[in-house]
Design a binder for this molecule. Structure first.
Ligand code: HEC
Ligand code: HEC
Ligand code: HEC
Length: 408
């Protein structure tokens, strides 16, 4: 156990100065700062803490939760409004236990329940990088949470019930890549924040880890080994390609995942991308697939008519599309997911294919919100979810109407 743990922290340690502290008298080394920057990317800190790209990490970005809105704070080294006056110990404690320097509790909209798995050296490397940013004076905004959640003291109870502090526990029977992947997925990369179903109080349902969850009007699909709606049909290479370039021969990243790809996973090293794939491919299905009753013949016929009129030009009559340009619909896990939110979003709003250095060309999916009624969108959705061997539970016009209202 110790060996692997040391292995994981090796780079971090190797980059620290000889006395073991992150910042010697001469300040942190360029290597430590570069390592910290890579960790900040892997944790997608900018995704929440940057509201204005001209003021990176100065906070102010609104994060909507089922309990109300909360604003990410200023992480720049400004002494009055940022974290310039914090000690290293304050910083590590905030990330690993969710407790502020004044002893008050953070809300788990800050992913400390995942960051707790991080080594101390990694938190200090992050701190070293954040210390190199230009200080920006920007005062933190108080949260706007519904009663009684405005009372931070409640989070003590939440922590007592749901927060499991502690480092990632390496499994010696598994490879170094698996352990690195586990560290990233369950810790720094906080994939479960979106992909794990939540209980009534917004805590992860651990027994169903990474088995799919709705987030901000999108559905973050299963990342476990479920055959129809999980990653069973994706190879490690498919997963790595998706994380690195936002698309592969199976699907394209849209909505919040497109942002995760651009800010975070596309910037990870090849080894880290592959490590995540190794870890995810080892996950057995956390729960059974839902049994699906196919839509009736009239619904399929209505859906096929819409599909033949509007969709075949790009996706082809047999749904195969053109890999990495028009994603294939047969066997598509996200498309067949129990929760159709992501599919409804893309049909209603359309999409621009995300661009990354590895896949710089973009593409367009038209928006159909204006052109099609709730009934037509439900019918075409049911058709593509249940053709070519696919099976997905029935989508009703009422669900389409609800998704329409959530339109950003
Ligand atoms: C999903 C959004 C999200 C991500 C990703 C995120 N944070 Fe935060 N962070 C928050 C929110 C929201 C708060 C404020 C919580 C509160 O007020 O209770 C916060 C608070 C903090 C604080 C406390 C600051 C203060 O002034 O009290 C620190 C430090 C911090 N985050 C560091 C990080 C680092 C480092 C990363 C990346 C490794 C990161 N955060 C990633 C949302 C996020
Ligand atoms: C902010 C929320 C969020 C976070 C954090 C997040 N994801 Fe996602 N993810 C999504 C959503 C939403 C989708 C569906 C994307 C779409 O509609 O195209 C998705 C899709 C995916 C898919 C495609 C699955 C399929 O069947 O199409 C993979 C693989 C994936 N995510 C992996 C990850 C990994 C690994 C992490 C952590 C490093 C992660 N995600 C973190 C929201 C998130
Ligand atoms: C002009 C070409 C074009 C037409 C017409 C078109 N699409 Fe698409 N579709 C795309 C592109 C491009 C994407 C990938 C978008 C992205 O990268 O996020 C896509 C993505 C999708 C996805 C998500 C698949 C995934 O795994 O990411 C679904 C579902 C879908 N289209 C359904 C439809 C339906 C239903 C119609 C007809 C009502 C339709 N499309 C018409 C180009 C098209």
């Amino acid at each position: 156990m110790r060996t692997i743990l040391t292995g994981l922290a090796l780079v971090g340690l190797a980059l620290c100065s000889a006395d073991g502290s992150a910042a010697g008298a001469a300040g942190p080394s360029p290597e430590l700062i570069a390592y910290g920057k890579a960790l900040v990317e892997a944790g997608d800190c900018a995704g929440c803490h940057t509201a204005d790209p001209a003021k990176p990490f100065a906070g102010g970005k609104r994060i909507d939760t089922p309990f109300g809105a909360i604003y990410a704070p200023n992480l720049t080294p400004d002494r009055d409004t940022g974290i310039g006056g914090w000690t290293d110990a304050d910083f590590t404690r905030a990330l690993r236990t969710g407790i502020a320097p004044d002893g008050s509790n953070y809300y788990p909209a800050f992913p400390y329940p995942y960051f707790t798995k991080m080594t101390k050296d990694d938190t200090l490397a992050i701190r070293a990088y954040l210390g190199t940013l230009a200080p920006v004076a920007s005062r933190n905004k108080p949260p706007e949470l519904r009663w009684p959640f405005g009372y931070r003291g409640l989070m003590r109870l939440w922590n007592a019930m749901y927060f499991k502090p502690g480092l990632f526990e390496p499994d010696q029977t598994k490879s170094a890549a698996w352990n690195r992947g586990g560290y990233l997925v369950t810790g720094l990369g906080h994939c479960g924040a979106c992909h794990t179903p939540k209980n009534y109080f917004g805590a992860d349902r651990e027994a169903q880890a990474l088995s799919g969850n709705e987030v901000g009007g999108w559905f973050a699909p299963r990342l476990d080994g479920a055959a129809r709606t999980g990653l069973k049909s994706w190879s490690e290479a498919d997963i790595t390609e998706y994380l690195q370039s936002g698309r592969n021969a199976k699907s394209h990243a849209g909505g919040p995942m497109a942002e995760v790809v651009v800010n975070s996973t596309s910037k990870m090293s090849d080894a880290d991308g592959r490590a995540i794939a190794t870890y995810l491919k080892s996950l057995p299905p956390a729960r059974r697939e839902t049994i699906v009753t196919p839509p009736d013949a009239a619904e399929m016929k209505a859906g096929q008519a819409v599909y033949a009129r509007l969709c075949v030009a790009c996706h082809e009559a047999d749904g195969t599309g053109s890999p990495r340009i028009y994603p294939p619909l047969p066997g598509n896990a996200l498309l067949q997911s129990v929760n159709p939110s992501s599919t409804l979003r893309i049909i209603l709003d359309g999409a621009h294919t995300v661009t990354t250095p590895r896949a710089p060309n973009t593409g367009e999916m038209p928006a159909y919100a204006k052109q099609l009624s709730d009934g037509e969108i439900a019918a075409v959705t049911n058709y593509i979810r249940n053709s070519w061997g696919n099976a997905g539970p029935l989508v009703t016009p009422a669900q389409v109407a609800k998704a329409r209202k959530e339109q950003p």
